[in-house]
Design a protein around this ligand. Structure first.
Ligand SMILES: CC(C)(COP(=O)(O)OP(=O)(O)OC[C@H]1O[C@@H](n2cnc3c(N)ncnc32)[C@H](O)[C@@H]1OP(=O)(O)O)[C@@H](O)C(=O)NCCC(=O)NCCS
Length: 271
């Protein structure tokens, strides 16, 4: 393997080397995992970019493995809650009337990175039916993982995340920390704290052959503000040392014990 750098100081990181690095991180044939990523954080130059990263992961997972990624479409939410950025209140009724209805084949992801957006378009990838918090999956357990996602508990026990945990699945964080670790939201369903509350959320959906703006009472007003601190404490508690994919810090953690720790942590720390 050549060590020569390009004009921007990057090494080359081809598919075979990426696959070896995923393996060194802990990914094994037949595993089921959810990945969250920053491709920029990988730093090195990958021939084939997003396609090569996916192929490298599939190479390691093999025919019995399953990859899931978030496929959230946060545009399709009630504009009254938007803060990054907020929009004028006079726009709210227009947005509720005009937002295209969720279509698992066509609705783009938002803010999840190039890998998640590419993955949802791949042949053989299935996507769950939640209008703004969906997941996409490919491989042996894909159908089981994404066939159900209750509107009132999109990250609950009977969601793709609950099923990932039930399957003994893993969380892969590539170049991002626990603030992107969506699986920790499952712990919010299993924990209790004084200010725990739900939220009324809206989305444009197709129902009975037509578009409509539908409002649902969700059990939890999900909040990831403390996930970085929580995740750091979890890693310390098990003596976990992150690995590397290219130049990026990468983590590969079994989901079930992490979620159990997270629920206890929330019971102790949240007010
Ligand atoms: C927001 C976020 C996606 C931004 O990450 P990012 O690395 O800047 O963006 P992407 O992953 O889309 O990667 C794009 C970058 O890949 C890099 N890239 C593109 N082609 C490449 C190649 N062939 N080889 C290597 N790198 C390449 C480029 O730096 C590109 O950035 P540019 O378009 O500005 O040139 C990331 O920080 C994050 O939060 N990810 C997790 C999201 C998530 O799952 N959240 C949980 C639900 S809330």
């Amino acid at each position: 393997m050549t060590d020569e750098r390009d004009a921007q100081g990057r090494r080359i990181l081809p598919r075979t080397e990426l696959a070896a690095q995923f393996q060194a991180l802990g990914v094994q044939p037949g595993h089921t995992l959810i990945m969250h990523s920053s491709l920029k954080a990988v730093g090195d130059w990958i021939p084939g970019g997003v396609q090569a990263v996916m192929l490298a992961l599939f190479d390691v997972l093999g025919a019995d493995g399953t990859l899931m990624m978030p496929a959230q479409s946060s545009d399709n939410t009630d504009p009254a809650y938007w803060s990054a950025p907020p929009v004028p209140e006079s726009w709210w009724p227009v947005i509720r009337a005009e937002m295209p209805p969720y279509d698992p084949a066509a609705t783009p992801t938002r803010g999840l990175g190039a890998l998640a957006e590419y993955f949802r378009t791949l042949p053989g990838v299935q996507r769950s039916n939640h209008p703004n918090l969906s997941f996409a999956a490919r491989g042996k357990h894909a159908e089981y993982l994404v066939s159900e996602q209750p509107r009132e508990a999109p990250f609950g026990n009977d969601s793709p995340l609950g099923r990932l945990v039930a399957l003994g699945g893993y969380v892969l964080l590539m170049g991002v920390d626990h603030s992107s670790n969506t699986t920790l939201h499952l712990a919010e369903h299993r924990a209790d704290w004084p200010s725990k509350r739900g939220i009324q959320q809206g989305a444009a959906v197709m129902r009975d052959g037509g578009r409509r703006w539908e409002t649902v009472d969700e059990e939890i007003d999900y909040n990831a503000d403390d996930f970085s601190a929580l995740g750091a404490e979890y890693e310390q508690s098990i003596g976990y040392v992150p690995g590397r994919i290219g130049q990026a810090a990468a983590r590969y953690l079994s989901a079930a014990p992490m979620v159990a720790f997270a629920a206890q942590w929330m019971n102790r720390h949240r007010e």
